[in-house]
Ligand binder design. Structure first.
Ligand code: FMN
Length: 170
């Protein structure tokens, strides 16, 4: 059961990416996807000849048994970086790699209740792209203080268990 983790922040020292690394560590066979900054802006003119970085990401997603997508909350929604990646992964229309893919949506924020709006938006776009969303969505507020919290590890394990019981490490 392979778990691929996509994270939506370009920032050095990103909490979202640190959370992604934790998810990859907690999962039985987890890996972080390549930095999404490598992807060009989505351009429908390029759909017939997608750039190599897009082809590589699509292959990684296609090969994963479970995709965990983690967004920071920007102005109450997902980051543009992540939205761009999802646009690429959602195409070609009706046949993108997200169609039928088991996906756990996660949002993180340094704010106490941060991420609650972003995770709703994330589930909306992933659902529109045809993803098979896990019933539970996860928000990690106060993420800066929680990265070393054993309770967070337990929450991540529970979320992986809910999304795909074979995904968590024994
Ligand atoms: C453009 C922008 C908009 C933001 N909007 C929100 C927001 O709506 N809610 C929130 O909790 N935090 C918001 N923040 C703060 C981010 O949660 C914070 O910068 C966080 O560290 C970003 O994630 P990262 O650490 O993975 O880069 C915003 C930050 C930026 C740069």
């Amino acid at each position: 059961m392979s778990v691929l983790v996509l994270t939506g922040s370009a920032r050095q020292g990103s909490y979202t990416r640190a959370l992604g690394a934790l998810v990859a560590d907690v999962a039985a066979d987890g890996a972080l996807a390549a930095e999404l900054t490598a992807l060009p802006f989505f351009n429908q003119d390029l759909e017939g000849t997608p750039p190599a970085e897009v082809v590589a990401l699509r292959e990684q997603v296609a090969d994963a048994d479970l995709l965990v997508v983690i967004t920071p909350e920007y102005n109450g929604t997902i980051s543009g970086l992540l939205g761009n990646a999802i646009d690429w992964l959602s195409r070609p229309y009706g046949a993108g790699v997200l169609r039928g893919k088991p996906v756990l949506a996660v949002a993180a924020s340094p704010g106490e209740i941060g991420g609650a709006r972003a995770v709703v938006a994330l589930r909306t776009v992933l659902g529109n792209a045809g993803a098979d969303l896990a019933s539970a969505a996860l928000t990690v507020g106060a993420v800066a203080e929680r990265l070393d919290d054993p309770a967070l590890r337990a929450e991540l394990l529970a979320a992986l268990d809910d999304a795909a019981p074979a995904a968590k490490a024994a």
